[in-house]
Design a protein around this ligand. Structure first.
Ligand code: NAI
Ligand code: MG
Length: 338
């Protein structure tokens, strides 16, 4: 089987880690046939836009993309590329699995998933200064919104994900005690959806601030967390901090017609071009992509190779306590593939 997919190497460390990731995927005989396209700074340099038309068309066609980190230019009035991609392709679910890979980290045996609503809330808000004539504005406003349909859709996604991945519990995270309408409506719909899964997947509820505290004290209490955009952004970064930080955190953005997979970290300009960046987060994103197209077996083989490289310790990059290069790690991953 051959599956056409869009490849966006990205900026900064993007191209070097993407090279390693595609080398491992090829060695593992992953089914993807890549269409490579530019975005971010690379897009601006060649096409004067961070999201060139041919990149968008490729994703529209393949419905599947592996994306390296993109540098969002400061100034110049460019809109966030990631937000634009989510809106353009209706990528309503942001899924971030958080799993302990390096046992001697802050915690061991953490295995949870944060499902974040990706299209609404404060990140889709209209912001204004008041008074509107602009002279010495004294007030800033932000009008975020929640819809019933989107709330149902994301919570249903979380429960279906739980069922498909053998997970036992979904925790609905909200702030309905204060944001009675914006967050209250989400909670109301979430409860309705949860009832339809009674007997199949358990559910409970947490207020977001309490959830943040408990994630730090007792992260093992969580399985799947589902929440709105802003809360999900913060909690998913918090959760990745529990297992060693951004260098090990993959994420996916899922819609009905397209899905984009990426590492959570950015383009790391401070170490770009030095052959020291850790390719594991992007490789883990690629395993999520393999599962998405139901190539469970290839995903599992790559995950086992990752575990072996970490256990062996000889080919770890500096960010996780080793001295190996990106290429060394790539070669070790290929060596450990069954
Ligand atoms: P960053 O994640 O690029 O870097 C933060 C720190 O982590 C740096 O010290 C970096 O060297 C280190 N780091 C990150 N990834 C690493 C890896 N794979 N291996 C080893 N070390 C790694 O975050 P920062 O510096 O805030 O952002 C840099 C650029 O990336 C900005 O232009 C930002 O807009 C963009 N960015 C893009 C994202 C995306 O496309 N998904 C996400 C986050 C930031
Ligand atoms: Mg974030």
């Amino acid at each position: 089987e051959q599956i056409p997919a869009t490849l966006i190497p990205g900026d900064g460390i993007g191209p070097e880690i993407m090279d390693s990731v595609t080398a491992v995927l090829t060695a593992a005989q992953a089914p993807f046939v890549w269409e490579s396209h530019k975005a971010g700074l690379a897009g601006i340099e060649e096409y004067d836009t961070p999201l060139p038309q041919n990149t968008l068309e490729s994703i529209r066609k393949t419905g599947l993309a592996l994306k390296g980190p993109l540098t969002t230019p400061v100034g110049g009035g460019f809109k966030s590329i990631n937000v634009t991609l989510r809106q353009e392709f209706g990528l309503y679910a942001n899924v971030r699995p958080v799993k302990t890979l390096i046992p001697e980290g802050r915690f061991s045996d953490i295995d949870l998933v944060v499902v974040r609503e990706n299209l609404e809330g404060f990140y889709a808000a209209q912001e204004h200064y008041l008074p509107a004539d602009g002279y010495k504005e004294g007030i800033a406003t932000c009008t975020g919104y929640t819809t019933r349909l989107e709330s149902q859709r994301i919570v249903k996604f979380a429960f279906d994900y739980a069922m498909a991945n053998g997970r036992k519990k979904v925790t609905i995270v909200h702030k309905a005690n204060i944001l009675k309408k914006l967050s209250g409506l989400f909670l109301e719909e979430a409860r309705k959806v949860a009832k339809t899964y009674a007997g199949k997947v358990d559910f409970d509820e947490r207020i977001v601030d309490a959830c943040a505290m408990q994630l730090v004290i007792n992260p093992w209490n969580y399985d799947v967390i589902v929440t709105t955009n802003l809360f999900g952004d913060i909690l998913s970064d918090l959760a990745s901090g529990l297992v060693g930080g951004l260098g090990l955190a993959p994420g996916s953005n899922i819609g009905t017609d397209a899905a984009i997979f990426e590492a959570v970290h950015g383009s790391a300009p401070d170490i770009a071009g030095k052959n020291t960046a850790n390719p594991l987060a992007l490789l883990m994103a690629a395993t999520l992509m393999l599962r998405h197209v139901k190539h469970e077996n290839t995903a599992k083989r790559i995950e086992i190779a990752i575990e072996r490289v970490i256990k062996d310790r000889k080919a770890l990059t500096p960010d996780i306590g080793g001295t190996a290069s990106t290429r060394d790690m790539e070669q070790a991953l290929i060596h450990f593939l069954d």
